[in-house]
Design a protein around this ligand. Sequence first.
Ligand code: HEM
Length: 510
Amino acid sequence: MEVSWLLILPLLYIIAALALISKRIAKQKPQPKLPPGPKPWPIIGNLNLIGSIPHQSFHFLSRKYGEIMLLKFGKFPVVVASSPEIAKQFLKIHDTVFASRPALAAGKYTSYNYSDMMWAPYGPYWRQTRKIYLSEVFSARRLESFEHIRMEEGRNFISSLRSLSGKRVVLRDHLMRLTLSTISRIAIGNKYFSESENEKSIIKMDELRGMLDEWFLLNGVFNIGDWIPWLSSLDLQGYVKKMMDLHKKLDRFLTSVIDDHLDRRNEEKGFHSKDVADKLLQLAEDPNLEVRLTRDCVKALVQNLLVGGTDTSATTVEWTLHEILRQPHILQKAKEELNRVIGRNRWVEENDCSQLTYIDAIIMESMRLHPLGTLLGPHYAIEDCKVAGYDISKGTTVLINTWSIGRDPISWDKPEEFLPERFIGKEIDMLGSNFALLPFGSGRRRCPGYNLGLKVVRTTLANLLHGFELKLVEGMRIEDICMEEEYGLSTHPKKPLEIIVEPTLSSHLC
Ligand code: HEM
């Protein structure tokens, strides 16, 4: 059938006129003012610009595009903040808008469908979990009640190192064992794992530790399926499969722990809770709770404590040692302070730490150059918002580059140098009110465990320096200490440090 041009031509005119009108209307609408950033490619956006150490990739990009930078991951907007002032805009001035988390595969598959505090979206459930943690784990009273656990585990750590006098020691292994034993006694009470193959237990300690390490690694990955959803079913990098496998293993362990807690609860007359898991199970039965705590929520929150309490404090001590072993004069100065304040007749206790100002300066300096959460947890905009004159749309992911901020030449003199003295005699806060130093973040999502973490880091480092001569293994020079990073939700030294430890305090003090 022939179609007459007389019919088609008017139709084409109408379509062209409509297109012109809609273009005019679009032009009249004010265009959003977006932060500067590299031009995105179709489909992948700027994913091609992220290397294996993302905070360093963003650091170099920010030199070109500035302190607030817009990238596209696939088609999704991601803003990177690289200066204290811009961090303050997101974490303080517009805190409520950016206090949520993006719904990434890691939170879904490794944290019981966003049921832990780390991945829970901003809202009533997250608020409730935070309240529970703050009253049941991190209040001053609760932390004091756990002091004997920290002391006992600290002593075990010292004894195990003393028994290895003169031998090569991978310090990370010992630090992780210390932090894992401490937090697990607080979170789940009795140890459910053993150190040796012979003892009967649900899981071997190193196996659990390996799982927690993997959790951190997988929770920091840039999973392509998160950003290009139509590719997610292909799981091109294999991350989702790894997440699911890890979840299965962790869930098997946590289910046994929770079942055991429930059995004890049913068997014991006049039962009272002994650890955080007991308390959470008790709260799960509370009909007045705003949001019901399911069994999965309890497991997610217990897992969150094990994860948050293990890797973070251990890695902070590890980075600090990497730095100070390269500078013997700092090590010497720290030892002098310990001899002066503590003396040679005892180990360091928690309440000594307020007098150890040089040790504290060393820790702050280490956290400035090696913040564990180099990009914090990802933040997420729940509304449109104007930040520093730019339009940030609802649904934007926000990364705060604390690694870059710690090297900000405007805030820090000689930023690349490790100089603890910069903190001496100055009141520099690291708990969230000084936006040039954000090892724990700031605002609503700030780390709730900072107090516990700092107690463990301070006493562990102080006792290591006070009671041991720390030597590099034979043939190793100071320049051989590897300062390269391995990226994850917490960023580790790439190569664990092997050293020789020689006890220097009298054996009867243990
Ligand atoms: C030196 C030790 C520690 C460091 C450096 C550290 C660092 C951090 C950082 C950077 C964040 C992300 C903040 C944000 O996204 O804005 C965070 C969140 C968190 N940390 Fe820590 N942390 C430490 C110790 C701990 C401990 C001991 C626990 C628990 C036992 C813990 C539990 C958590 C939890 C549950 C969150 C998620 C908070 C939320 O999203 O609301 N942390 N931590």
